[in-house]
Ligand binder design. Structure first.
Ligand code: ASP
Ligand code: MG
Length: 422
C-alpha cells in the first residue's frame, strides 16, 4: 500500500464533468488500496479571470498592500476546486476531506504572489489518511507566519503537490496534465517530437528553466532537493484505464545516473521568446564595468540571463546581456538615464525580437563536439548566432526570433530526436 499524491491541472479540473472524471480516477486509486492525497489547480481560466477583476478596479501596483489582496483573491480559485472535488468523491462513495493551505498549514514566506514554502505540517493529513479518507489540498497557496494568505506564483500548484509529497514522504507524485508526458520538444513546433519514457531530474530542471512549460521550475527544484519520485502523465485517458498501465505511463523523472547505455547525447530541445537583448556600446574597459552595469540592473530587481563582453579595442568594449522581455523597457531606461552617462558609454541599444534555443542532455558530459554540431546545423540553415551560453549539460544560443521554428526543427532532426518510423 503506497502513499500517492495526484496533482490535477486547470484543464483537468475545467468543468464539473471533468471534476467528476478526476473523482472517479482518484477513487479507483483509493480502491486499489493506496493512501491518496490530491492537489488540484483552479478550474482553467479561473486565476486569469480573478486577476482580471482586480485590474478592472485598479491598475496593477507592486506595493505589499496591493499584492496581499491579489493573493487573497487569486487563492480562491483553488478553494473552489478542492470543495468541488471532495463533493464529487463523496458522491462516488469515497470518504474525502478538503483543506485550504492555511488549514494544513502550508507555511510560506511573505513574498506575496511568489511566496516560497517553508514547511508543511503533516499531522492533520496523516490522521485523515489513517481514517481512510482521501485528502484534498489546495494547490498554489499557503499562509505566512502572520496568517496572511500567500500564493506561490503562476503554475505554483505543481510545487504545492511536490512539496506535499516531500512532506509526507510519498512513494510517488503523479502530475496529471493535458499532455501525456514530457516531449523531446514542443510537438506544436515539431510534430515528430517524441514522448520520453524517462528524463533525468537535471535535464528536466534545464528544460523547465529554458522554456519547456510542462512543469513549474520550482517544483522540479523541490523534487530534486527531496528526491521525490515524480511522473508527468495525461488526465485525458479514460478514468477506468488499468491502474498498472496508468502507473507506468507518461514520463518518469529519474534520479539515478546509470541510465541505459544507449543514452542519447541530446535528450531535448527547449526554446523561449521570453527574453530581450540589451547592449551597452563603447564602454571604457576597466575593472568594475560589469559590476557597474549589472549591479545597477540587479538593484532594480531585474534578472539577467546570457551575458557577453567583447574583446576591447582602443580601450573600449561592448557589453551585451539578455533580460526578461517584461523588464526590457525598465532596464533600457535605467541604463540610458543613469548607468551609461556615469560610465561614459557611447550608446545603449536593444532588440526584443530574439529567442533562445537550447539543446539539453546529460550525454553532453561524456561527448565532445556536441556544441560544435549545434553550431554547424544552424550555419547550414543560414541562421546567425548572436550569443552563446553553455553549462555542463546544455548549450543555448540567442538568435533572431523569426528563425526559431526552423532552428528547433533542424536541431531536432540533427540530434536524432525525430520519431523513429513506425
Ligand atoms: N491556478 C494557478 C495558476 O493558474 C496555479 C496553477 O494552476 O498551478 O497559475
Ligand atoms: Mg500548470
Amino acid at each position: 500500500m503506497a502513499l500517492i499524491v495526484h496533482k490535477y491541472g486547470g484543464t483537468s479540473m475545467g468543468s464539473t464533468e471533468r471534476i467528476a472524471q478526476v473523482a472517479k480516477r482518484v477513487a479507483k486509486w483509493a480502491r486499489a488500496g493506496h493512501r491518496m492525497v490530491v492537489v488540484p489547480s483552479a478550474m482553467s481560466g479561473e486565476t486569469n479571470r480573478l486577476l482580471g477583476l482586480a485590474k478592472e478596479l485598479a491598475p496593477a501596483r507592486q506595493t505589499p498592500e496591493y499584492l496581499r489582496e491579489l493573493d487573497m483573491l487569486a487563492s480562491t480559485g483553488e478553494q473552489v476546486s478542492v470543495g468541488l472535488l471532495a463533493i464529487a468523491l463523496q458522491a462516488e462513495g469515497q470518504p474525502a476531506v478538503s483543506y485550504a493551505g492555511w488549514q494544513v498549514p502550508i507555511r510560506t514566506s511573505s513574498a506575496y504572489t511568489k511566496a516560497r514554502i517553508d514547511s508543511i505540517d503533516d499531522q492533520r493529513v496523516r490522521a485523515d489518511l489513517d481514517a481512510g479518507k482521501v485528502v484534498i489540498i489546495t494547490g498554489f497557496q499557503g499562509v505566512d507566519e502572520d496568517d496572511n494568505i500567500t500564493t506561490l506564483g503562476r503554475g505554483g500548484s505543481d510545487t504545492s503537490a511536490v512539496a506535499v509529497a516531500a512532506a509526507l514522504k510519498a512513494d510517488e507524485c503523479l502530475i496529471f496534465t493535458d499532455v501525456d508526458g514530457v516531449y523531446t520538444t514542443d510537438p506544436r513546433v515539431v510534430p515528430e517530437a517524441r514522448r520520453m519514457a524517462r528524463i533525468s531530474f537535471e535535464e528536466m530542471l534545464e528544460m523547465a528553466s529554458l522554456g519547456s512549460k510542462v512543469l513549474q521550475i520550482r517544483s522540479v527544484e523541490f523534487a530534486g532537493k527531496y528526491k521525490v519520485p515524480m511522473r508527468v502523465l495525461s488526465s485525458f485517458t479514460p478514468w477506468d484505464i488499468d491502474i498498472a498501465e496508468e502507473a507506468q505511463s507518461g514520463t518518469l523523472i529519474t534520479f539515478e545516473e546509470d541510465e541505459p547505455m544507449e543514452q542519447a547525447v541530446v535528450s531535448g530541445i527547449a526554446f523561449n521568446r521570453d527574453e530581450a537583448k540589451i547592449s551597452v556600446l563603447g564602454v571604457p574597459d576597466r575593472p568594475g564595468i560589469a559590476y557597474q552595469i549589472l549591479g545597477a540592473v540587479a538593484d532594480a530587481n531585474i534578472e539577467v540571463d546570457v551575458i557577453i563582453q567583447n574583446l576591447s579595442k582602443d580601450g573600449k568594449t561592448d557589453f551585451s546581456f539578455t533580460v526578461n522581455r517584461n523588464d526590457y523597457a525598465r532596464a533600457v531606461d535605467l541604463l540610458k538615464d543613469r548607468v551609461a552617462p556615469a560610465l561614459g558609454a557611447a550608446e545603449v541599444v536593444g532588440d526584443t525580437r530574439i529567442c533562445k534555443v537550447s539543446i539539453v542532455g546529460i550525454g553532453m558530459r561524456s561527448h565532445v563536439g556536441v556544441a560544435a554540431r549545434m553550431f554547424r546545423v544552424l550555419s547550414e540553415e543560414g541562421i546567425n548566432i548572436q550569443m552563446i551560453s553553455t553549462s555542463e549539460i546544455k548549450t543555448s544560443v540567442v538568435i533572431d526570433e523569426k528563425y526559431m521554428e526552423l532552428a528547433v526543427r533542424a536541431l531536432h532532426r540533427a540530434f536524432d530526436l525525430d520519431q523513429p518510423a513506425a
